[in-house]
Design a binder for this molecule. Structure first.
Ligand code: PLP
Length: 425
């Protein structure tokens, strides 16, 4: 029995499903989750001593690769001064100034501890600012696990939302209306049917939680227009896209400005950090200035801030990182596309910048319904084939692949060769 198997058996006994986040389980692909002992650059090593080229990258945060010296040193230095004070620190000011300096729509920002908290707080702010209850989200977009975001069940059009999770009250789901991604007509109809009641539209400006799905040309601009016309706020959940599609995220890349931005993942450099920010007059509605309450004992934690500052500063000072990861990703996803085409299949490969997905379905994937057509059993076989050859992909079809600037051309080549041997079978 491998050490991972042993640990998994112990874990199953004391942790639900043996994991602290369901995306780590191998239920969708079969097999035992690998327990990771260490990571360096683009490689992770499990407790059995086996190394893998890592395309999960902690689900995004490790854009500079694992164990980056600048971040490690910043964390060690900060830890020497004490782990938490529950009082204001200089690091928090530095972090806020950094975030405001790179996100065009953000004048002020509040730190929290996860992407979930960032979204939850952003939506509360939108409701507080507008005095309205309802929000529109898109099917297949994930915005963390707070109650009113666990709604994506189809045909939400003009009807009440139905939660995809047990334990969410009807009341909570009722105010979340859903539309298919890229379907502006449905969004218009929801606005018409709920005139003066929509507090906000929330979207992943590039969807990366149903596999990667790009916004069609003009879709984000039209959402911006609809929100303005209806006095509603536009929230970009940039928990994945922020600092990844460019230092200023999707808003900078597409030139569409949201009212509120939710951040997470990369912002913490590997530590648990989230943040939400926006225009000054909106953010001044947040407590203790305004009446929208939001707090956090460990928010802005000095060690977490040190890690985040180190990572964001590095990205800001090395803009060539983005050219590098985009180039590596182009090789990877371009290569995958050629491989599947040569095999006579026409599987969808969606990608933008260093984010991408290979869907086990033919034809274009532009929304959740398209993504759901994927052959997940086939993905499971592909996943296992790649894992056996030292390539660690997300253990589920509907997750993105993340490229870091620690990946090398050789590693991408090795990955493509492993994929080629799968598709030649
Ligand atoms: C991961 C993610 C979240 C939730 O962040 P957590 O830190 O896991 O709570 C929210 N939105 C998006 C787009 C995400 O990818």
């Amino acid at each position: 029995m491998s050490r991972s198997d042993e640990l998994f058996q112990r874990a199953m006994n004391v942790i639900p499903g043996g994991v602290n986040s369901p995306v780590r389980a191998f239920r969708a692909v079969g097999g035992t989750p690998r327990f990771i002992k260490s990571a360096n650059g683009a490689e992770i090593t499990d407790v059995d001593g086996k190394s893998y080229i890592d395309y999960v990258c902690s689900w995004g945060p490790m854009i500079l690769g694992h164990n980056h010296p600048a971040i490690k040193e910043a964390v060690i230095r900060a830890a020497e001064n004490g782990l938490s004070f529950g009082a204001a620190t200089e690091l928090e000011v530095t972090m806020a100034e950094l975030v405001c300096s790179v996100f065009p729509s953000v004048d002020m920002v509040r730190m929290v501890n996860s992407g979930t908290e960032a979204v939850m707080s952003a939506v509360r702010l939108a409701r507080g600012a507008t005095g309205r209850d309802k929000i529109i989200k898109f099917e297949g977009c994930y915005h963390g696990h707070c109650d009113f975001m666990l709604v994506n069940a189809g045909s939400g059009l003009m009807t009440s939302g139905v939660s995809g999770s047990a334990g969410v009250t009807e009341g909570c789901a009722r105010d979340t209306l859903t539309a298919p991604y890229n379907d502006i007509g449905t969004v218009e109809k929801i606005f018409e049917a709920n005139d003066g009641e929509i507090a906000a539209v929330i979207i992943e400006p590039v969807a990366a939680n149903m596999g990667v799905v790009l916004p069609e040309e003009g879709f984000l601009d039209k959402l911006r227009e609809l929100c303005d016309k209806n006095g509603s706020l536009l929230i970009f959940d940039e928990v994945i896209t922020g600092f990844r599609l460019g230092i200023g995220g999707a808003q900078e890349r597409f030139g569409v400005m949201p009212d509120i931005t939710a951040l997470g993942k990369i912002i913490g450099g590997g530590m648990p950090v989230g943040a939400y920010g926006g225009r000054r007059e909106l953010m001044e509605l947040v407590s203790p200035v305004g009446g929208v309450y939001q707090a956090g004992t460990l928010s802005g934690n000095p060690v977490a801030m040190a890690a985040g500052i180190a990572q964001i500063s590095y990205l800001k000072e090395h803009p060539e990182v983005y050219a590098r990861i985009d180039d590596l990703a182009e090789r990877l996803f371009g290569g995958l596309k050629k491989i599947v085409e040569r095999s006579g299949k026409h599987l969808a490969v969606n990608h933008i910048g260093s984010l991408g997905s290979l869907f086990f379905t033919e034809g274009s994937v532009k929304d959740y319904n398209d993504a759901k057509r994927s052959d997940t059993a086939e993905y499971g076989k592909y996943f296992t084939h790649m894992l056996d050859r030292g390539v660690y992909l997300a253990p589920a079809q509907f997750e993105a692949m993340f490229v870091s600037c620690a990946h090398t051309e050789e590693q991408v080549q090795k990955t493509l060769e492993a994929a080629e041997s799968f598709f030649q079978k």
